[in-house]
Design a protein around this ligand. Structure first.
Ligand code: SF4
Length: 390
């Protein structure tokens, strides 16, 4: 049955009923599924029974994914030096017209397997606990799917598939399903990196990603906790739009731990941490700004100027420096390999909408699809054994 599912995901056969018909008729599929010429093809209904039973209990799909990845590592398709991470939205199997207003919540009498799963992941940081914001709509068919308008058009219910890939041959090193918001995707990136270290001893030297992974906290985690070079676009909202000086106009002096303003005055910190212990404030003294000619362009409404600095600012500075180098430009090009895998997933493997409901359904589908993508990569890159003459 697993071999049949792999055939289905490799060739974009999304319906299990159709998959059974195809395997019944196609000799190559029969050979791959070890059915022989007269072997009986399982009934399509048995897939669903096994998926909710023994497949899930044994976490079988992850084991299959890891077995394929192990083979990729053995064939030297995984360099383990540069990784890229990204997430993509996949529509959930939930009708957007039938959403219930998030404030009202689900009716108390509603019960289903998807609702049970939703309740089970309410405290999981990759799902329910990722944000305290109530979504505009909740789907009664699959309440764990998130209502999102991130694509700019009509909003819909979706999950995120998160990929961690090795950029050498674009082999998927890990995959995870999360709710469709940034905080959950960042958490998934951390989980995937730590899991690839634990399970396969893969310690990437550099990680590539877009600004979703460029928060101060995430960059600090990469640089200070794991010694990973951050080839990530820094998430920076410090630029001011009212024409007054932004933080970038102040120069930081690493040696003396002070900022210098455009007028040449020094901004010092008392060392007190604010914002839940994540930020230090650097300030001028009131009398220093009082007679400054630049005051209208600097702090027109306050007597002195203060500049916030994250405790992870060193990691952010490192990311900015890398981004402006030629290595940064190369990394931005390489990280497109993840986007290409998502395009392949949706266009060729036809996984632009999930068939299964609930977080475990999304998890199973994403794992099987990633396994199929790695298998296709193996088939493409490993040379076929040469046939011996008879
Ligand atoms: S107003 Fe104060 S902080 Fe701003 S430029 Fe003048 S001296 Fe520097």
């Amino acid at each position: 049955m697993i071999r049949m599912l792999i055939v289905g995901y490799c060739f974009g056969i999304r319906s299990e009923r159709r998959l059974c018909e195809e395997v019944h008729l196609n000799l190559a599929y029969r050979w791959f599924c070890r059915l022989g010429l007269d072997g009986q093809v399982p009934d399509h209904s048995t897939f669903s029974k096994n998926r909710h039973g023994r497949f899930r209990d044994s976490d079988l799909f992850r084991r299959v994914f890891e077995a394929v990845l192990r083979r990729c590592i053995r064939e030297r398709l995984v360099g383990g030096e540069g990784f890229a991470v990204d997430a993509s939205l996949i529509k959930a199997d939930a009708n957007r017209q039938k959403g219930i207003e998030g404030e009202k919540g689900l009716p108390p009498e509603a019960t289903s397997r998807a609702i049970e799963e939703y309740l089970a992941v309410l405290d999981d940081a990759a799902f329910g606990a990722a944000t305290e914001v109530t979504p505009k709509f909740v789907s009664p068919a699959d309440p764990a799917a998130r209502w999102t308008g991130a694509h700019g058009g009509q909003a819909f219910f979706a999950y995120s598939t998160n990929y961690l890939i090795d950029v050498e041959h674009a082999v998927i090193v890990d995959v995870e399903a999360t709710t469709a918001i940034r905080q959950a995707e960042v958490l998934a990136a951390r989980r995937m990196i730590e899991r690839s270290m634990d399970r396969f001893g893969l310690y990437p030297a550099r990680l590539m990603g877009d600004s979703a992974y460029g928060s101060a906290e995430m960059l600090g985690w990469m640089v200070y906790e794991h010694g990973i070079e951050p080839h990530v676009t820094v998430f920076d909202k410090s630029a001011r739009k009212d024409g007054t000086f932004s933080r970038a106009d102040f120069t930081y002096d690493h040696q003396n731990d002070v900022y210098r303003c455009p007028g040449g005055t020094t901004l010092r910190t008392s060392g007190t941490l604010v914002n839940d212990g994540t930020t230090m404030l650097y300030r001028t003294l009131q009398h220093e700004c009082a007679g400054c000619a630049l005051k209208p362009k600097c702090c027109p409404n306050t007597p002195a100027r203060k500049v916030p600095r994250s405790i992870h600012e060193g990691a952010r500075d490192m990311a900015r420096q890398i981004a402006s180098s030629w290595e940064g430009a190369t990394s931005r090009r390489l990280r497109k390999k993840v986007e290409m895998l998502f395009a392949h997933l949706k266009r060729i493997l036809k996984l632009d909408r999930l068939r299964l409901r609930g977080p475990t359904g999304a998890h199973d589908e994403f794992l099987l699809a990633a396994t199929a993508q790695n298998l296709r990569k193996l088939a493409k890159l490993i040379p076929l054994p040469t046939l011996k003459p008879a």
